[in-house]
Design a protein around this ligand. Structure first.
Ligand SMILES: Cc1cc2nc3c(=O)[nH]c(=O)nc-3n(C[C@H](O)[C@H](O)[C@H](O)COP(=O)(O)O)c2cc1C
Length: 333
């Protein structure tokens, strides 16, 4: 079940999704963090950030809305308080960072570099969450503009260059041309893409007319997001055959994970499913392992990008030739 996300080797392709598994080793109370591909921590900023008022979570059809608002203790406190517990749990750690300006991405990167330049400890990669408001661009999300995407990534990449860690750009699905934004992230210095963040939503109490979440709008996650994530991964894999891609969105079971791998992801992340069952990431891994065996796939690498290889073998009458007898005729559970 080993996989490679660019230069990063992981024992398996299942990680936690940023913001859904705490800042540190919290999920270690429920599962052995060393058994996951990696733990992606909640996005960290230069200064501590309080986030949005309650209520922050709301059930939605086939998923949930959240307006947590990027609450975090700040990068310095995280480095001091959380990294030791993650290291002693044997976790491989992906550090997610966010900022409100291009300068913030540079600063958070500088602080990481100062702390980790002698020893990277358990950190295997960085994730740049650019689905956050840019105060220098009328609060428009960085990930909604090619210029801001590229500027944030190059600021971070410049600051963390001494660490030699890959950066995965975490993109928003709320865009007209995701491939263009992904191209800007890769040009700016991202080595990979994490696809996708939540989709913007809103729930209103119709009687009062007030938003039901404390932060106003929220982000939609869970099963409703899954086909959108599959499409995002598929389109970006087609456009960037050699980029690293991590798929995230509505992964609730092994079949969902397999689908994202087939669309071209090198690994997947599990988010909302952990709110139903904190052991979900390891269950997804067990189910994916079983699925690979049942379908006759000998390695994760064989599954990654299967849908694109099928495209290549499409016959002139539009029918796909089924290249793998083991996969023929199988249906989603
Ligand atoms: C409560 C909550 C908090 C989140 N916080 C973050 C965050 O801090 N940084 C980030 O990049 N994504 C954050 N996300 C987005 C998830 O990492 C993930 O991209 C999204 O939820 C889709 O995956 P899922 O359907 O498996 O939850 C958050 C999602 C939820 C539900």
């Amino acid at each position: 079940m080993t996989t490679r996300v660019g230069p990063v080797s992981l024992p398996n392709p299942v990680m936690t999704a940023s913001g859904t598994a705490g800042h540190g080793a919290e999920l270690g109370a429920y599962l052995d963090l060393s058994q996951l591909g990696a733990v992606v921590v909640k996005s960290l900023s230069v200064e501590p950030w309080a986030g949005n008022p309650a209520p922050r979570l709301l059930p939605a059809a086939a998923g949930m809305l959240n307006s947590v608002g990027l609450q975090n203790p700040g990068i310095d406190a995280w480095l001091a308080d959380d990294i030791p517990a993650l290291a002693s749990a044997g976790a491989r750690v992906v550090v997610s960072v966010w900022g409100r300006s291009v300068g913030d991405y540079a600063e958070v990167g500088r602080r990481l570099t100062t702390a980790l330049v002698r020893s990277r400890g358990p950190v295997v990669a960085l994730e740049a969450n650019i689905s956050c408001p840019n105060v220098e661009d009328r609060e428009r999300m960085f990930a909604h503009s090619t210029e801001a995407t590229s500027a944030a990534l190059s600021a971070l990449a410049g600051a963390v260059a001494p660490l030699g860690l890959p950066i995965w750009a975490k993109l928003s699905p709320n865009v007209t041309d995701l491939v263009a934004i992904a191209g800007a992230a890769l040009a700016g210095g991202a080595g990979g893409l994490t696809l996708v963040n939540t989709l913007m939503g809103l729930a209103i109490d119709p009687a009062s007319g007030l938003p039901r979440l404390g932060g106003g709008g929220g982000g939609l996650s869970g099963p409703a997001l899954h086909p959108i994530a599959v499409r995002a991964v598929y389109d970006c894999r087609q456009a960037f055959p050699s980029a690293s891609i991590v798929g995230v969105g509505g992964v609730s079971g092994g079949y969902d994970a397999a689908e994202l791998l087939s669309a071209g992801a090198d690994a997947v992340q599990v988010g909302t499913a952990s709110f139903v069952d904190p052991r979900a990431p390891l269950r997804v891994l067990a189910e994916l392992t079983e699925w690979c065996a049942a379908e006759g796939f000998g390695s994760v690498a064989e599954v990654v990008g299967t849908s694109h290889r099928r495209e290549a073998t499409r016959t002139p009458n539009g029918q796909n030739e089924v290249a793998r007898a083991g996969a023929a005729g199988k249906r989603a559970p």
